[in-house]
Design a protein. Structure first.
Length: 66
């Protein structure tokens, strides 16, 4: 336990730091470039943000779960 705790602490912090070092620059570049994959921009003219869904009327799809 005495040896495992410092090793676990070091590995977890190294993993978090490496993930942060990769994800954060990508996010900054995307934000500066104006890329918004989730389309979260505010539209004051929009009545609603709901998007139409295509209908699936085929009852056979209930038998194809996967």
């Amino acid at each position: 336990m005495v040896a495992a705790h410092p090793i676990g602490w070091l590995i977890s912090h190294l993993l978090l730091a490496s993930i942060y070092a990769v994800i954060a620059p990508i996010a900054r570049v995307m934000r500066v470039a104006g890329y918004d994959p989730w389309h979260r921009r505010w539209d004051a003219q929009a009545e609603t943000y709901w998007k139409p869904r295509r209908d699936r009327d085929d009852p056979q799809r209930y038998f194809k779960q996967y």
